[in-house]
Write a protein that binds this ligand. Structure first.
Ligand SMILES: [Zn+2]
Length: 107
């Protein structure tokens, strides 16, 4: 079951993904279920130590294009159309883009 709409996760983790239930993305929903559905929501995620990064000139160009589209507040459908990626791949670029923005903000 990975058919929910793309949402920003309701647990406050800041991630986007398919709504698996109750507004939580799959990984957070799985933690929530694993913890026995506590009222306060999913337990905190383990910190990501090794986020995926695009490699090679094509990956870097795709990531830059993704960033441009985000800056233009492009919809998910438009991003998918213009970059020509699957939802799953777009989520990976979204995570890589956020990681890049955060590392730039910390410099
Ligand atoms: Zn979450």
């Amino acid at each position: 079951m990975r058919h929910g709409p793309i949402v920003t996760c309701a647990c406050g983790c800041g991630s986007t993904g398919h709504n698996e239930g109750n507004g939580y993305i799959t990984s957070c929903y799985d933690r929530w279920r694993g913890a026995g559905y506590p009222k306060e929501g999913p337990p905190p995620a383990r910190p990501k130590t090794n986020p995926w990064r695009p490699t090679g000139p094509r990956g870097a160009a795709t990531l830059a294009l993704y960033g441009q589209l985000v800056d233009q507040r492009a919809t998910q459908a438009r991003i998918r159309r213009e970059i020509g990626l699957s939802d799953r791949q777009i989520l990976r670029y979204a995570a890589a883009w956020r990681a890049q923005q955060e590392s730039e903000a910390n410099q």
